[in-house]
Design a protein around this ligand. Sequence first.
Ligand code: NAD
Length: 445
Amino acid sequence: MASITVAGTGYVGLVTGVCLAEVGHRVTCVDNNEGKINLLRQGISPIYEPELDKLIVKNMEKGNLTFTTDYKSSYARSDVIFIGVGTPENEDGSANLTYVYAVAKEIAGSVEHDCLIVVKSTVPIGTNDRVETYIKGHLKNNVKVEVASNPEFLAQGTAVRDTLYAPRIVIGTESEAAKQTLIEVYEPFKQPILHMNRRSAEMAKYASNDFLALKISFVNDIANFCERVGANIEDVTNGMGYDERIGNRFLNPGTGYGGSCFPKDTKALHWLAEEHGYILRTVKAAIDVNEKQKYTLIKKARNDFQTFGGKKVAVLGLTFKPGTDDLREAPSIPNIRLLLNEGAKIQAFDPVGIENYKKLFPDQIVYKHSIEEALENADLCFIFTEWPEIKEIDLRLFKVKMKTPYIYDGRNCFESRDMKNKGINYYSIGRPAILEYGVYDKVHV
Ligand code: NAD
């Protein structure tokens, strides 16, 4: 088995490293964040991801997984180096490649024998070519290096399962040798390997993410329209999803996509297209719809509350989706900012996101460790994440605990009719307000 180093122990790098160790490779995970490496050495994952802790401990004990900040000696002895560092968004929407090039520089100054460098980070089309030229131009030792593209398709919250049982692995290489090396690395996973050139692999990643973002924005657009014409988005998407050409996933309406990928990857591809004199109109539409969708709940709540100043607001769910503690681009953030600016008093609950949220809002929010406490005496409640514990609550709590039961649900956790029967004022996404059977109202749009 090859000796592998993975640069970056975030959602992608850590999961990749751990899963490569799980199938038998000897893997060193490198990060320049000492705090993360110290935790990992104790067998503790710095990120919340189901199954990950267990596999970290198991593979450390087996002796095929180690963690270090000493990139120099790790890169020096590796056959294959994966780059899994972040590529966040620049102010103009383009992808920030600072971290990728920092690792490229460290690799160039450290490698002591021929090796393959595999870029897992999501990078603009053509970046792999440029990273290869850059590394070759900065090599300290007389060795042969080549860069391959191997974009990652995992989803946070199911990252381990997505990696161990991926429907496909995309590899982009410019030589047969690089292709064979990657095929050997991935052979134990027994997954279909799709080979293409580097630029196609880079594009396959952006096109996949942007397509999913577009699917979400399309459903949100239709959901908003449903409210105006008395249609119910859930029935509509059910009707759509049975068509295999459409598929039934990513058809849930909400407060817009968030997370560490869709927002930046839509903007980065749109930016790159413009640089090449092309306007990606569909991707632009996804971005524009999403931007507006973020504030859809506040807009609904404005019908009942002219101002949020002095109001006690319960917020259920802070993370951008269930199953993760990641807050990057979580729709809750701009909404909470707006509420705080208007003088609302916020009491928030999230099963795993609170510690990270405290880094953003250390003392402007009262954090509660149960839904009941968050609802206590609240004038209104916003739901931003469909955590199972939120979906399963006893609906009577809204009536019993809140001062006035006004619920604005961005994830359609409950049935409108059940809420109405309990005397709760309930507004969700893409469902018409029910007056009685067969009679709908287009209020709160
Ligand atoms: P992340 O921010 O969670 O992790 C990046 C890690 O890299 C951090 O731990 C950071 O300390 C480390 N790092 C930075 N500079 C370093 C250096 N010089 N040496 C070693 N480590 C260094 O990022 P992420 O969410 O894992 O995303 C990584 C890449 O993968 C991005 O390009 C992203 O677009 C892509 N991607 C992410 C996901 C996802 O769901 N998060 C899915 C597919 C692809």
